[in-house]
Design a protein around this ligand. Structure first.
Ligand code: NAD
Ligand code: UDP
Length: 338
């Protein structure tokens, strides 16, 4: 199978490229490097020993995407390309709606013109909103999102569902990721956020490596065993392997199917600090701060459907997550730049 990965040079896309190639599939990458570097793809080639067809292009540019689909004739598109910073989306909603929705609409139009019928989409657990109680199951009604980023995922899911209702030939798999973390075990690729990290694990990694003084834990007065929020942290290579199964499923089915990609196991912020401290061999410094606006107390998956239908379940736990995140961070303290 030939799979086109939009946003394939990014964090999850680059790890998925490795997993797809290791599963025997061909990979084509389209990225505009808005939040990534071609160095990530060079390293994927190093890990896999395979040359990757790489296009520097905007996935919302219909003319360019039509030509790429025409020339490459992929069996399936995995659409990672998008803007993903929750806080930034509040400050720049128009840019977020424009980029995230436009890329999906453009791809649907170009797919129709070029006869590509299989699509896997990077959605998020954020679509469950604030009122559903975890573990979240795919049948739960989508909730009210707390920021424009979340709404772009919510809306893209709806657009894709509507498109499959209107076109019997289309196959769409919506993947709701929980909290992707960790890195490829080689330490050659990993998460490389620009500026100050918003997310917990890259922040912890940068404290551990000495780039930042300490982590601020956003609130310890939640109704949880240690008072800090709980999340479902999933190793990025488990997530990547989930995409292989999802793409294989997409090409052999029609209609829309939605799957949670999570482990089903919640861990608190302090659980992650302690696991990382063990992995890196010294205590990660932290201070307790106020709650962060918009945070939900608890979020974790019921991951039964992916296991039953795709035959996929996460294999790696938080010790492997922290080991691999530390391996990446300690060998690439400044990310891909150095
Ligand atoms: P990332 O920023 O590392 O990767 C996204 C990639 O898309 C980047 O390489 C960026 O340069 C590229 N891109 C953005 N707009 C583009 C455009 N118009 N044309 C071409 N390329 C474009 O992010 P990631 O963590 O790898 O996330 C991948 C997808 O998964 C995103 O859609 C994100 O919203 C979604 N997601 C991520 C998380 C997470 O915690 N990382 C959780 C849930 C969902
Ligand atoms: N978090 C924290 N300090 C940070 C970043 C995150 O305490 O510097 C907490 C945050 O409040 C949440 C958890 O870590 O409870 C995971 O946050 P992240 O932003 O990684 O994921 P999300 O909130 O989107 O699930």
């Amino acid at each position: 199978m030939k799979t086109l990965l939009t946003g394939g040079a990014g964090y999850i896309g680059s790890h998925t490229a490795v997993a797809m190639i290791e599963a025997g599939h061909d990979v084509v990458v389209v990225d505009n490097y808005y939040n990534s570097s071609p160095e990530a793809i060079r390293r994927v080639e190093e890990i896999t020993g395979k040359k990757i067809a790489l296009y520097e292009a905007d996935a919302a540019d219909a003319e360019v995407m039509r030509k790429i689909l025409h020339d490459e004739k992929p069996d399936c598109i995995i659409h990672f390309a998008g803007l993903k910073a929750v806080g930034e989306s509040v400050a720049k909603p128009v840019e977020y709606y424009r980029n995230n929705i436009d890329t999906t609409l453009t791809l649907l139009e170009c797919m129709r013109e070029e006869g590509v019928t299989n699509f896997v989409f990077s959605s998020s657990a954020t679509v469950y909103g604030e009122d559903n109680v975890p573990p979240f199951t795919e049948e739960m009604p989508k909730g009210v999102c707390t920021n424009p980023y979340g709404w772009t995922k919510w809306m893209q899911e709806q657009i894709l569902r509507d498109a499959t209702v209107a076109n019997d030939e289309l196959s769409v798999v919506l993947l709701r990721y929980f909290n992707p973390v960790g890195a490829h075990e080689s330490g050659k690729i990993g998460e490389d956020p620009q500026g100050i990290p918003n997310n917990l694990m890259p922040y912890i990694s940068q404290v551990a490596v000495g780039r930042r003084d300490h982590l601020t834990v956003f609130g310890d007065d939640y109704d949880t065993p240690d008072g800090t929020c709980r999340r479902d942290y999933i190793h990025v290579m488990d997530l990547a392997e989930g995409h292989v199964k999802a793409a294989e499923y997409a090409v052999s089915h029609k209609g829309t199917e939605v799957f949670n990609l999570g482990t089903g196991n919640p861990y608190s912020v302090l659980d992650m600090v302690n696991a990382f401290s063990k992995a890196c061999g010294h205590q990660v410094k932290y201070e307790i701060g106020p709650r962060r606006a918009g945070d939900v107390q608890d979020s974790w998956a019921n991951a039964d459907k992916a296991k039953a239908v795709l035959g996929w379940e996460a294999q790696r736990g938080i010790d492997e997550i922290c080991r691999d995140a530390w391996n990446w961070q300690s060998h690439n303290p400044q990310g891909y730049d150095k």
